[in-house]
Design a binder for this molecule. Structure first.
Ligand code: SME
Length: 174
């Protein structure tokens, strides 16, 4: 059982300065891993991360997962925020680019990203992290923010290994 995470209070929607965001994420990560520890169901893990990362990333208006449901198609999974698109082809958008390349996509201004899918027109920045298990792309973790440059490289650099540790275990059931 977990009681969620304890972080310094921060107003929902605010873009904190980068040092504060990174320190907040560093504080959250061990608590998120503790909450996920021992769970092997991929949906339970996705729901828990969506919830706790939403608490951590107060600058986000969307935080959650798209799952690979066909060879080149994603379907929305557990998330927090405004309504997301239901399906995304690998050929489209920031999530599709992440799924296709398996590389983290850090997009400070989505208007400058060809093919960005505007599920919520207020979104200005996006960070998408691949979820790879046993050599298979299983999902992507998508974070959106209405702030330009709402996410930084240091946050991307902390999120990728977190996702790898949580979902990379041999016993996770997809
Ligand atoms: N903007 C994303 C689509 C997903 S949502 O914004 C929730 C993209 O371009 O892939």
């Amino acid at each position: 059982m977990s009681e969620g995470i304890l972080l310094p209070p921060a107003p929902r929607g605010a873009l904190l300065d980068e040092a504060t965001r990174v320190s907040r994420l560093r504080e959250a990560i061990p608590q998120i891993e503790a909450a996920a520890s021992g769970e092997t169901d991929a949906v339970a893990l996705q729901a828990t991360l969506a919830c706790l990362l939403w608490e951590t990333f107060v600058q986000s208006n969307w935080c959650g997962f798209y799952r690979r449901v066909r060879p080149t198609e994603l379907a929305v999974g557990p998330y927090q925020g405004t309504m997301g698109c239901l399906r995304i082809d690998f050929a489209r958008g920031v999530c599709g680019a992440c799924a296709r390349t398996r590389a983290v996509q850090l997009v400070p201004d989505v208007h400058a990203f060809p093919g960005h899918i505007a599920c919520d027109d207020r979104t200005r920045a996006e960070l998408v992290v691949p979820v790879v298990a046993h050599g298979e792309l299983r999902a992507v973790l998508d974070l959106d923010s209405p702030h330009l440059a709402g996410f930084g490289q240091a946050e991307a650099d902390l999120l990728l290994p977190l996702v790898q540790r949580v979902f990379g275990g041999a016993d996770v059931v997809w």
